[in-house]
Design a protein around this ligand. Structure first.
Ligand code: TPP
Ligand code: MG
Length: 1005
């Protein structure tokens, strides 16, 4: 028996080799057996050249036995004529048959021919199961994905030998042609049988090739969830899964007409304008519409989208349904801008539209977020906005609101924020319960080929980390595209997980319409010029199927062309561009109908004693019974309680007072960032952990009042770019929320620089969109080295837009007007009371501005950095020097002044809000100390911090009549030293300068 099994094994190896040789190659060997792999098979090769090897036989026994006999006689001539596996086999066989040399071994082949033994049956079935699995796992590598037929979507033209694209690879599985008509029972892990439970091998292969090696490549077998894998198999394997009704095909054709003719129209009218057209991937429009239709049918009524430049105008026109004349007028160079702000180019603008979905007759709101050129930066912003909408609508499972992200292939693979965004997708406080990603994979990024643009086989591999299925599809097969879109939408509504559609397509023109692609991709573009348009191909297909007539098709085209022409005519009446009409996140109840603030005043930010007491009590206790907290946390709560009794707040309590009071007023507060729940510096403790019970938490802030708004505090993934973008998006959804992002140390915000530079600082100027996001950036020179010291105030101040040289007029509510005019507010509070007021003002203002707060580290526990309740509920004039400063350095100055006993000589004034510059308050202080010299003191280096920002503004206040002297660290390249003693020496040096009253005498300014 053991010999027979060995025989079967050897035979199969030999049979495979035989078929491969006769079939003329195709993809190399591998994995068969020693006979199949050998490169020194003199006799096997001579076999293939001679007539002894049959190419197609009905009986495996006849083919195998004659083959074995050939081998046998070759072996008899010289044992070295055959591969060593044959040699070994024949030695064993002849030994078993009593060493009868020269006796043909054909009797040993009988079992293969007529009656298979049970073990062979099992082996054959196992082989078929393995084969089915191979298609499921790697069929996508051989799918016909590239419409141009010249590139491999997986960047690899090698077809692995276990993939059955031609019949001659059967041998890998120990099968041969004779097995093709045998019927095999289908395993439960395939759906190719439909109602049938077994099929002939030939049909099994045909169906698998249809499902996995056609125009769709399904990448999903890495998903470690059986139910999900089964679901996907069912969607792609079930016979007829990809069938469409005539009505569906006609809708698809009509959508393709719109998509194609829109680009044609723009190209005709504005042939020399950049528009980043969709030509080559026109199928994107019907694809998005299919996703939206299916999602609407599943109950979604709000879709938030983010996308880059390519095809954006088309999406606005044909998916969101922005009025065409509004789009066309953007091409008019004489169009005047009506809004404040500087605006943005047309292919960056956003849009918000409520409409009826024609397929489902249900209401749907579609919004496309405005975005900068910075590719993929909008991804987390879209997610944050979607999460917020879900949160405010109580849509805990994402059944009403969803997000769709559209990507370019090069950017999807290359930009790290894509990865950061994927990593938010399953986190409880950040999940949007599944995003549909669509990659416009035109197989190029500007002038760069995929093979030098990424190291992964597909541009979509980044999605594998979150177990998202990836559907690659040939963009020139519109029905295949519709099928994957339908499945993707159903996947999202069934499992609420991310899914990726890789639309493999091409870019018909250059990167933009002015660009010459032949410089760099000559062969690709020769092929592209020959490539028939997808609309032509698909219309011909439907005409030949009798689904539409040529006349109907031409009428559809003419109808849309007419719509475009009419819109073009009326677009000429548009003389003024209103960016306001492109707003992606309107707040209709917050502003007047014209989008203006309802008032221009800010109510007082102070708090009643009773409210302070209530919040103080909650902040220092555990509202849940039988909850075991850590003794260290107990101690912290006790000391809080002492402070409250003394009617005082430290930094953490000041924050508590701000958050708690806003929650009481119905304002949702969300604090997100790395380790924010406890606080990096262990000062906050907003989430208490039961020391006995796993995952048993208490958030006292949610136990303040029964009718309060909810408080969300969430530790984030270790990301800045992704998480800050997310929170910015969250803050877009509602003005009635205080959304804060805290950097672990302010230094780390620079990995989110793009969100700050592209969205936060200029967001309102570009997109007339208010945003009240708060950035908490721990900052301070405390000898912690170059990367734990500076939140780079100078950068924020440099981007503040208030004019240093213009002394403003103080009329009416100057403070509010000044805040209204600025692009953001930059503060460095020195007391907990001011911190609390600042946060409350953020919400009480009648408009929203980003707020940048440099927050303290050592001050969190500084005994002097406390405020009395009195500061929360509602100066000698003959000094020689006034030192203006901001933040923590005040405490160092105050200490030094006390030590030197210079209180009568030197006044210290703190600027809590740095930008917009409080000209009015500074002027009052300067006038109060009119005979004193003015000093700006900062702990940061001279080329950093605040000096460059405040200096010209002080000079404007004093009308250039007086200098403002600098005291602080010298200019430097790194923000802080890594050496403790250097740090202290620097501090001592500038403290000495601050209190040396003669130091500036005789100096010119
Ligand atoms: C972060 C960033 N880096 C560089 C660019 C410049 N840029 C604009 S489009 C583009 C190519 C994008 O290729 P792909 O993502 O494949 O989109 P496609 O243009 O092919 O649709 C580049 C490099 C940019 N806009 N953003
Ligand atoms: Mg591309």
């Amino acid at each position: 028996m053991s010999q027979f099994r060995a025989l079967a094994g050897v035979l199969r190896s030999g049979g495979r080799r035989c078929l491969q040789l006769s079939g003329g190659g195709g993809g190399g060997g591998g994995g068969g057996g020693p006979a199949g792999r050998s490169g020194s098979m003199g006799s096997a090769r001579s076999c293939s050249a001679g007539p002894v090897v049959p190419t197609a036989v009905n009986s495996s026994s006849s083919s195998s036995s004659s083959y074995v006999e050939e081998m046998y006689f070759a072996w008899l001539e010289d044992h070295k004529n055959v591969h060593e596996s044959w040699d070994s086999f024949f030695r064993h066989a002849s030994a078993a048959s009593g060493g009868a040399d020269r006796k043909p071994p054909s009797t040993l082949l009988q079992g293969r021919a007529g009656h298979q033994t049970p073990s062979m049956v099992v082996e054959d079935h196992l082989a078929v199961h393995t084969l089915i699995r191979a298609y499921q796992i790697r069929g996508h590598h051989v799918a016909q994905l590239d419409p141009l037929g010249i590139l491999e979507a997986d960047l690899d033209c090698f077809v692995p030998s276990d993939l059955i694209t031609t019949i001659d690879k059967l041998g890998f599985y120990g099968l041969d042609e004779s097995d093709l008509d045998k019927t095999f029972r289908l395993p439960s892990t395939t759906f190719i049988g439909g109602e049938e439970t077994s099929l002939p091998l030939r049909e099994i292969i045909r169906r698998l090739e249809t499902s996995y090696c056609g125009h769709v490549g399904v990448e999903f077998m890495f998903i470690n969830n059986v139910e999900q894998c089964q679901w996907i198999r069912g969607k792609f394997e079930t016979p007829g899964a990809m069938r469409f009704t005539s009505a569906e095909k006609r809708t698809l054709l009509a959508r393709l007409v719109r998509s194609t003719r829109f680009e044609d129209f723009l190209a005709r009218k504005w042939s020399s304008e950049k528009r980043f057209g969709l030509e080559g991937c026109e199928v994107l429009i019907p694809a998005l519409k299919m996703i939206i239709d299916c999602s609407s049918a599943a109950g979604i009524d709000s879709v938030i989208m983010g996308m880059p430049h390519r095809g954006r105008l088309n999406v606005l026109a044909n998916v969101i349904r922005k009025d065409l004349d509004q789009i066309f007028c953007q091409f008019d160079p004489k169009l005047e801008a009506a809004d404040e702000g500087s605006g943005d180019v047309k292919y960056h603008l956003g849009m918000y539209h409520e409409r009826i979905n024609r397929e489902t007759e249900k209401n749907i709101t579609l919004s496309l977020m405005a975005n900068p050129s910075h590719l993929e930066a909008v991804d987390p912003v879209v997610q944050g906005k979607a999460k917020a909408e879900q949160f405010y609508r109580g849509d805990a499972q994402g059944k009403k609101v969803m997000s769709i992200l559209i990507h370019g292939d090069a950017a999807f693979a290359g930009q790290g924020v894509v990865y950061e965004t994927f990593h938010l997708s399953e986190l409880p406080s950040y999940t949007t319960h599944g995003t549909v990603h669509v990659v416009v994979n035109n197989q190029i990024g500007f002038t760069t080929d995929p093979r030098v643009a990424r190291s992964s086989p597909y541009p979509t591999d980044v999605a594998r980390v979150v177990n998202a299925p990836i559907f690659h599809v040939n963009g020139d097969d519109p029905e295949a595209v519709m099928h994957v879109c339908r499945v993707a939408a159903e996947w999202r509504s069934t499992f609420n997980k991310d899914v990726v559609i890789d639309l493999v397509s091409y870019r018909r023109f250059g990167h933009n319409e002015m660009d010459e692609p032949m410089f760099t991709q000559p062969l690709m573009y020769k092929q592209i010029r020959r490539q028939e348009h997808v609309l032509k191909k698909y219309s011909e297909k439907l005409i030949s199927e009798g689904v539409v007539t040529l006349q109907e098709f031409e009428e559809e085209v003419a109808k849309y062309d007419k719509i475009c022409e009419e819109a073009y005519t009326s677009s000429k009446d548009e003389k003024i561009s209103q960016i306001r009409h492109w707003l992606d996140s309107p707040w209709p109840d917050f502003f007047t109908a014209d989008g203006e603030p309802k008032s221009m005043s800010c109510p007082p930010t102070g708090l009643e004693e009773e409210v302070l007491q209530r919040i103080g009590l909650t902040a220092s206790s555990v509202p849940l019974e039988d909850f075991n907290i850590h003794p260290g946390v107990s101690r912290i709560l006790r000391s809080r309680s002492e402070l409250v009794k003394a009617r005082q707040v430290d930094w953490a309590l000041g924050e508590y007072m701000a958050f708690g009071s806003l929650l009481r007023e119905g304002v949702h507060v969300r604090l997100s960032g790395q380790d924010v729940e406890r606080g990096t510096f262990s000062h906050r403790h907003h989430v208490l952990h039961d020391q006995e019970v796993d995952r048993h938490f208490c958030i006292p802030m949610n136990h303040l009042w029964s009718d309060q708004a909810p408080y969300t505090v969430c530790n984030s993934s270790l990301s800045e770019y992704g998480v800050l973008g997310f929170e910015l998006g969250f803050a877009m959804a509602s003005p009635n929320a205080l959304v804060l992002w805290e950097a672990q140390f302010g230094d780390f915000h620079n990995t989110a620089q793009c969100i700050i530079d592209q969205f936060i600082s200029p967001g309102q100027a570009k997109w007339v969109r208010n945003n009240g996001i708060v950035l908490l950036l721990p900052h301070g020179m405390e000898g912690m080295g170059p990367e734990h010291s500076s939140a780079r105030p100078e950068r924020f101040l440099q981007m503040s837009k208030d004019d240093p040289d213009r002394f403003p007029e103080f009329s009416g509510d100057f403070e509010v007007h000044q805040l209204f005019d600025c692009n953001w507010v930059v503060v460095n509070c020195s007391t907990p009371a001011n911190f609390c007021h600042m946060l409350r003002r953020q919400i009480l203002l009648p408009f929203r501005k980003p707020l940048i707060v440099f927050t303290p580290k050592s001050l969190l526990r500084h005994p002097d950095a406390r405020s009395s309740f009195d500061e929360l509920s509602k100066g000698p004039e003959q000094v020689k020097r006034v030192i203006f400063c901001t933040g923590k350095v005040y405490y160092e100055l105050a200490r030094e002044r006390k030590v030197l006993n210079l209180e009568g000589e030197v006044a210290i004034v703190r600027l809590e809000q740095i930008s917009p510059f409080p000209f009015d308050l500074v002027k009052a202080e300067v006038e109060r100390f009119s005979n004193a010299e003015l000093v700006w003191c900062q702990e940061e280096h001279k080329n950093m911090g605040y000096y460059d920002y405040v200096r010209p503004r002080f000079l404007t206040v004093v009308a250039n009549q007086k200098p403002i002297w600098y005291v602080g660290r010298d200019p430097a390249a790194a923000p802080a030293t890594g050496n403790k003693s250097t740090h202290l020496n620097e501090l001592k040096r500038f403290m000495d300068a601050a209190f040396n009253l003669n130091i500036f005498q005789g100096r010119n300014f």
